[in-house]
Write a protein that binds this ligand. Sequence first.
Ligand SMILES: C[S@@+](CC[C@H](N)C(=O)[O-])C[C@H]1O[C@@H](n2cnc3c(N)ncnc32)[C@H](O)[C@@H]1O
Length: 193
Amino acid sequence: MNKPAFGHPDAYMGKAVSRYPQFFNKLAVDLPKGMDVLDMFGGVGLLARDMWDTLQPLTWTCLEADVSLKDKVVEPRVKFLHGDAFTTLLRADLYIIDPDRCTLNQIWKEQKWATLLNRLSDTGKHILMQEYGAYWCHLPNQIPLYEKLSGGERITRQTYPALFQRKMAERFDLKVLKSTQGLGSTYYLMEKV
Ligand SMILES: C[S@@+](CC[C@H](N)C(=O)[O-])C[C@H]1O[C@@H](n2cnc3c(N)ncnc32)[C@H](O)[C@@H]1O
């Protein structure tokens, strides 16, 4: 069998990194209960399982590109839907963006990210997102990319969330309300400005 890709549930379930829902929970504590949740990179429903008590959702849909994960879902209350986060027109009260790869640099380079975030900034009420740029931004090949994005500043893991916050507001009218870091990622709670 091929080794599962980085960020795929087959690679991280059972490992320490699967404790990352604690960071989403930290950001979600004050969100309203009873929402319709669209978990756009739904995987096996790990976030649903570990956030259910915090959010007490009305519905939770896991949209997932890999249909084989349907049989591996760990939270029976979710609705599993085979689909593509970048093209879906499904609506919700809370959107969760937990992709296998995403950095600020990719958001700027890849049109699909701009399309997705523009669509959510039209319709989104609450957005929870994980992304990985802070983990890589100190590497020699990444430094110039983030210096360019920031307008000349040297970005570090500590200053990366502030850059992310500024760029989300500038380009997508999305306001970062809270952020936190852990297990190599940065996690954000955002709302449309
Ligand atoms: C980091 S995992 C998310 C895990 C999920 N939050 C959970 O609780 O199990 C990323 C998932 O996104 C899926 N994925 C990748 N591209 C996708 C796309 N365009 N649309 C929907 N799902 C996608 C991958 O197959 C993978 O299961």
